[in-house]
Ligand binder design. Structure first.
Ligand code: G1P
Length: 290
């Protein structure tokens, strides 16, 4: 595991999951499984692979399953031990050893910016990462690691970006930026969910950020924006005027797993990659007369 200058990460997980109803009526969307692993575990594993040691999850009502998932499951572990299921036991135990977890409740759904602000007292005066659970990144070098490498060079906030078709920019935060080297941009401005004709580029913010503590003062000053919510993008916009900020074009495939079609695509591709399931699953897919 690499040693890292960024050791804390915030994972906002208080959203209502309205894009995935009815599955998310009584279950957290973060617990939807890609093959057999909940979405949020992929995100935690990416953070840990990038050197993160402390994970702060912003939760809300109805999100208890997330806490249970990253806790020790005494009865389950005893049962697996008694039945000699050693491999599964190790896999289950490893989940609660991934990092130090701590949970903050966001009492009102006031948006992503507000969710990040809820963890202010746990961050102190150090850089930290924010990872959004809807964005699953399949990359040879973990996406967050790619960004920490940039942070280590410049000690400035870094936002993960990828190009998207112009017709889709209205679903994302979009940057206005100057290229400084390959895959690296200096951010001049950001706009949350612009109309295609008003978008400053087609470089969309995908859910990975390395932030510095100044963001909290900016969030404090940020009025409600799109959808009446306090937007992280709007606070970054304030900060971009005061401080150098970079956009790192992330290598790897990104899935919007919070969207039904994106989730299906991710399920198929992760299923095909699994050593134990890939072969029969591929045969099955080929047998479908598409
Ligand atoms: C959030 C951010 C947006 C970003 C997106 C990435 O939007 O507000 O700037 O581009 O995540 O997935 P949401 O998808 O929560 O509406």
């Amino acid at each position: 595991m690499p040693s890292s200058s960024v050791i804390k990460a915030i994972i906002p997980a208080a959203g209502l999951g309205t894009r995935f109803l009815p599955a998310t009526k009584a279950s957290p969307k973060e617990m939807l499984p890609l093959v057999d692993k909940p979405l949020i575990q992929y995100v935690v594993e990416e953070a840990v692979a990038a050197g993160i040691r402390e994970i702060i999850i912003i939760t809300g009502r109805g999100k208890r399953a997330i806490e249970d998932h990253f806790d020790v499951s005494f009865e389950l572990e005893e049962n697996l031990r008694d039945n000699g299921k050693k491999v599964l036991l190790k896999e289950i135990q490893a989940i609660s050893d991934l990092a130090d977890f701590c949970y903050v409740r966001q009492r009102h759904a006031r948006g992503l910016g507000h969710a990040v602000l809820c963890a202010r007292h746990l961050i102190g005066n150090e850089p930290f990462a924010v990872l959004l659970g809807d964005d699953i990144l399949d990359a040879p070098v973990p996406a967050l690691r790619q960004m920490i490498e940039v942070y280590d060079r410049f000690r400035c906030p870094v936002v993960g970006v990828q190009p998207v078709p112009k017709s889709e920019v209205h679903r994302y935060g979009v940057i206005k930026a100057e290229p400084v080297e390959s895959d690296l941009y200096r951010i001049e401005d950001l706009v949350e969910k612009p109309l295609p004709e008003k978008a400053p580029s087609n470089l969309a913010v995908i859910g990975r950020y390395i932030l510095t503590p100044e963001i909290f003062d900016a969030l404090d000053k940020t009025p409600p924006g799109k959808n009446g919510e306090i937007q992280l993008t709007d606070a970054l916009r304030i900060l971009a005027r005061q401080k150098t900020m970079y956009g790192k074009r992330l290598q790897g495939t990104r899935y919007d797993a919070g969207d039904k079609l994106g989730f299906l695509k991710a399920t198929v591709e992760f299923g095909l990659k699994r050593p134990d399931l890939g072969k029969p699953f591929r045969q099955y897919l080929k047998s479908l007369k598409l």
